[in-house]
Design a protein around this ligand. Structure first.
Ligand code: TXA
Ligand code: MG
Length: 340
């Protein structure tokens, strides 16, 4: 169905309008503090199917279910480990998604056929207000077309979903800018499946052991079962061919200047724009992972708009939120990293 997609502020009236659409089985673009989501009633298999269709998402890639209050967790899960409650207490509402054994109420359409369900409580008040007006949890993947950079403002959602959805709630620019941290929880240990705004260092302050899945920093080979289905798919890609150059700024500028040509761009840290002879787009200072996370996806989209064919990118520092930035950038680069 072709919709005349409207973009509206998350006022009380528009939250009611969005909730009415969601209750009637439609899907809606919603803001969160991480990235924009494409939301549906988590309990409505027909509405969930519309998400997969609109995104062009593989059916076996499960969705994250969003809640407004901790009490709503009970109806979604069949087990609630103590460690998870401690983590919820520390980091919810916020950019942390935890994986639980699912209750019978959660349809397999939502979990991509898995017996587990991923849950998070978003920090953005408008997102929680919407869930509360709906009275049911919202399943929402990032609101991009599958394989494209996640949307960090309403205009990005409109670009990818125009005509496919009736409504986008415009909550402004996303504060974090990369998707939530995804973990599975074990007694006294968590397993990191996707790094995000809640960092390894922060998780360590609550649980003694934080194990980083191989798929976080490396390509998951085709014959290995990914711990999280999302790991195996190409992600976050602009149309350009992105290549990460791992080395000093001097080495970077020498390499890029040697390969300068029409359509060659550089993705650099703020303040480094003058170091190369090709157009350079900055997305945060070298020592500021949070700023890089905030700017990464919109800068990848801007490279497309500027007609970039090849993008040489500086290598992010893999500490704090920088680990999430590196994780997204190596996927945008299809794992092409050149050591200088
Ligand atoms: O910040 C976010 O998490 C955003 C906003 C909208 O909340 N959502 C988001 O959803 O990033 P999505 O669908 O783009 O990413 C969900 C990730 C995927 O990599 C998926 O494979 C993984 O979470 N996932 C979901 N359920 C899972 C499960 N039961 N077991 C393992 N991985 C799961
Ligand atoms: Mg996504």
């Amino acid at each position: 169905m072709e919709f005349d997609t409207s973009i509206v502020p998350p006022s009380p009236q528009q939250l009611e309008r969005a909730a009415a659409l969601l209750k009637s089985g439609e899907i809606v673009g919603i803001p969160t503090e991480t990235v924009y989501g494409l939301a549906a009633n988590a309990y409505d298999p027909e509405a969930i199917k519309k998400i997969f269709l609109a995104k062009g998402r593989p059916q076996d890639n499960p969705l994250i279910v969003h809640i407004d209050i901790l009490e709503r967790l009970n109806e979604l899960v069949s087990e609630l480990p103590k460690t998870a409650l401690r983590l919820a207490d520390a980091f919810w509402p916020g950019p942390l998604t935890m994986i639980f054994p699912k209750s019978e109420k959660v349809p397999y359409e939502t979990t991509g056929g898995l017996d587990t369900v991923a849950v998070r409580m978003p920090a953005l008040p408008a997102a929680r207000e919407l869930i509360s007006v709906c009275g049911f949890p919202l399943a929402a993947p990032s609101a991009n077309l599958s394989g494209r950079p996640s949307p960090t403002c309403a205009a990005h959602v409109y670009h990818d979903m125009k005509g496919k959805i009736p409504l986008i709630l415009d909550g402004g620019e996303c504060e974090v800018g990369v998707e939530s941290t995804v973990i599975s929880v074990h007694p006294d240990q968590v397993h990191l499946l996707r790094p995000g705004g809640v960092t390894v260092e922060m998780l360590h302050s609550i649980v003694p052991t934080v194990e980083i899945d191989d798929g976080v920093l490396h390509r998951v080979s085709d014959n290995v079962k990914a711990a999280s289905p999302g790991m195996k798919y190409k992600h976050y890609s602009p149309k350009a061919d992105v290549i990460i150059l791992d080395g000093s700024l001097e080495q970077f500028s020498a390499y890029v200047n040697e390969h300068a040509a029409d359509g060659v761009f550089a993705l650099v840290f703020t303040g480094e724009e003058q170091a190369v002879s090709v157009p350079a787009l900055p997305y945060g200072r070298i020592d500021d992972g949070a700023a890089q996370a905030h700017g990464l996806f919109s800068t990848l989209r801007e490279l497309d708009e500027r007609g970039a064919k090849i993008v040489f990118a500086r290598c992010p520092v893999k500490k704090g939120v920088g680990l999430a930035v590196y994780n997204r950038l190596i996927r945008a680069a299809g794992f092409q990293v050149i050591s200088l």
